[in-house]
Unconditional design. Sequence first.
Lengths: 806, 286
Amino acid sequence: MNALPNPLARRAVRQDGALAAPVLGGDELAGRLAKRYGDRITGAFVQPAREGRFAPLPGDMPPALAQALRSRGIEQLYDHQAQAWNATAAGKHVVIATPTASGKSLCYTLPVISAAIRQRAKALFLFPTKALAQDQVAELLELNQAGGLGVKAFTFDGDTPGDARQAIRLHGDIVVSNPDMLHQAILPHHTKWAQFFENLRYVVIDEVHTYRGVFGSHVANVLRRLQRVCAFYGVSPQFILCSATIGNPAEHASALIEQPVTAITESGAPVGEKHVLLWNPPVVNPDLGLRASARSQSNRIARTAIRAGLKTLVFAQSRLMVEVLTKYLKDVFDSDPRKPPRIRAYRGGYLPTERRAAEREMRAGQVDGIVSTSALELGVDIGALDVVVLNGYPGSVAATWQRFGRAGRRQQASLGVLVASSDPLDQYLVRHPEFFQGAPPEHARIAPDQPLILLDHIRCAAFELPFRDGELYGPQDATPWLQVLAEEGVLHQEGERFEWIADSYPANAVSLRSVADGNFVVVDRTEGRQTIVAEVDFSAASLTLYEGAIHMIQSVPYQVEKLDWTGRKAYVTRTQVDYYTDAIDYTKLKVLEAFDGSPAGRGSAHHGEVHVARRVAGYKKIRYYTHENIGYGPVNLPDLELHTTAVWWQLPQRALEQAFDHRQEALDGFLAAAHALHIVATVAVMAEARDLQKAVGSGDGAWFATPDANGRAQLRAGFGEDEAVLQGPFVPTLYLYDAFPGGVGLSAPLYERREDLVRLARELVHRCDCHAGCPACVGPVLAADEQQERSLKSLATRVLDLIVAL
Amino acid sequence: MSTLADKLRGLRRQAGVSVPAASEPVSAPARRSEPLPDNLRALLGVRRHTRVAPPKVATAAVDLPGGTIAPGLQLCEATVAWPPAPPLFHAQFAKLDAWIDPERLVLFDTETTGLAGGTGTRAFMIGVGDWHEGRFRERQLLITTLAGESAMLDCFASWLKPDSVLVSYNGKSYDAPLLKTRFRLQRRASPLDGLMHIDLLHPVRRRWRGAWENCRLATAERQLLQVVREDDLPGSEAPAAWLGFLRGGSAAPLHRVAHHNSQDLRSLGGILHQFASPQDDLHPAD
């Protein structure tokens, strides 16, 4: 084995020079980085240190519990923990939305254990991951042991062995599970849990901000079913919810459980000074607008921090990236195999024993640098860290703060650095430091009455308990849905009651993460394997899984060799090609009904129901970095049809004629503006990229615009024809639509914030560093555009100026 | 078919779910046209039109098994000579350390709406066998409406005493938990709790697993009792037979279900006798 360090690593270390001399804290490092790399830092701010605000242990807490706390070093509570105690004692539903590492778990652990001691009351905990659930149970058991409290806590999930399940049902005081298990295993067998439900007093749900969008809509329905089953057993449990910081914690929590919720948002935990840097990699090719990789920057920052003596955690977006970054750092720091490793990788895929060992070493301070996926974002205690580096934006401001929250010591300042990748969303966020400083810009949204989701859950609810004619499910009368299910043959109506009679188990056919189950499964066939590596929504399948497509899974490129459309399977193999593929999609929208509309600048904005027809006409092969189009390929897949909701903007012909010389320019501007608006809207409603799509066309479906090989708009009337001849008034419309049949609740909140969205889109385009346009603002520009007035950027600006509120 | 159903079918097709063609009209009481909630109507763009309910399928006069003892509940009762009652026996073959008086025995077997498990499965027939005045008495409860379930459960409960010993085939894993669930859903205490239960599947497996191709009741009755059924309705078809009747179809298959259940009870008695008194000759009289 080569005992000498990697020569490249040695050179890198030499380059760091004085930058890596030992420091006292994150603030000093922040200062040094700002001095040397000021041109890469798009935002820098400081969160001042905060003193703790304390409250004594409540007098009405059982003495044994108070004693157990004291024996673990807890002599008093933080202010917000005491507030949570009082609110739950008053019988209220509570959501605790304080930052990471503020001791949220005591807010629910204390009331739950008290009730268990005093009344043998039971509690159900729902966590999003098994790892978190196991950690929670471990904590409960430690507290239990410290005070001899006699409280029994168990995890109940897919791994729980069969013979243990009955014991847990009968004897568990606190059952720790997850929404999928509740949906598929607990509720449909609720009679086996009769004793548990009869004594159920609390339901604790952690990380509720992750229950948004499609997943959140499903979970809200699972909670409806839970409350329905509880009512059957004569109980009405109290909900204690925890959320990361989002803009609407009380509203979101209340929407999830359909009850009023008291929000506790101010943390009383003491916090050290926190420095934050937003870092954009430097441009290395100005003509193409290419930047250095985020990886190269994260590597340099982490190396500097570790050499300066600061404990550092790097978050990577994929397992592959964890391996890559770990290797770079190990080359520098772990070149001597005789010494214990200073750098550790951490991934969800590791065995629980390996993870426990890693966590122990981290807590003991034996590890100087950790590289991890999001697995370490939540909960697990790994001791104090000085620096957190995010290699890529994690998808929401809330998640960014959760990750930053991993760093922090009382006595010295910590540092969080967000390194942006070239992804348009990353570029957008890194240029808006105000999103990270002021009020959280993100609002979590759910649509629990989405028709397909609602149907699936009423079906499951009917399996659990019969329905009476006119009975409410959530806020509405379930009868029309029950009739649909009776027609389907799974329910039988007799007099007033609808009862389940089919020989099937509906919960097994409902995935909480998709809308109806048409999903495609991606099977890796490299080297004779047959492993499922990903799942793709039905509506995205024709865009990304056509034969010949290059499909990225966890940043690893695969090529689709065969697509079995009716079998819903795509077969892929690993590939090394130097190009990526981009589907040429024709999307035609037609407005079916406008629910609402208002003036918007010189045009108007609306929201309502639309019909979407989409054909993938073929695909382009595009070389990496240069964006050259090196070829085309055919695609022969069924058209997609959607009835869904959308928000849209229109400009009247007169306004366009005044602002543009040619229709072509107006259309180019619309396409470019749509690109910018889409980025901005995705962030505003915390949507996944796939949930919201954009399109430009005429309001009546007569024509649509699609980018040609040069990124310019091409007008088409139908899917097969070429350029259309326009008759009648020219009223181009810019749409943002929900990508699921029936909609998924994004259009209404987007419509409410329409003026903000246009303003933000305008700013996005205006402040972009690129010359004439780029994927981070108006879309890829494939041919260099000489004339400034006709650049996509300027055209987009003109359109946005016309629809911005006056 | 309602317009909501059409809309949902359309949406499901758009979501990539393969939707089977609509099944034939179910006979249902005439529906009043229910107005859709406003938000649903807006979202789905439902155009208003009234639908006429499908005409009710004409049902012939129903000839049900047994007699009606409560609304929606039939009872068939019969006594036969075979299987004969076992003598007083020790239940060690069933890993129970007790002497059992045959008067305490309650043999039972249910016919259900399927094997999916969970709260959506119910028993539509409970067959009970016991030895009464020297003969084998079969009593079968059958519900003809969903509303008859609570009467059926109450009647079954009335046949059980605190010292009753239950006898079943796979009943510990299947029939007993299922009945327990049904009692729970009907908000009644389960009379099965605390009763001794001899599940003959386990002793049969212990003795003959590996010797026979499987340990199903049909195999055990053939091997041990030389019972061969003719024209028997397979157990797997029982759910469909009852559902068909419930939806307005013929009652004829119900007789076949009752016959099948009855044979199950007799075989259960015969197998129990084999264990309780192995030296006896158990050829059925018929």
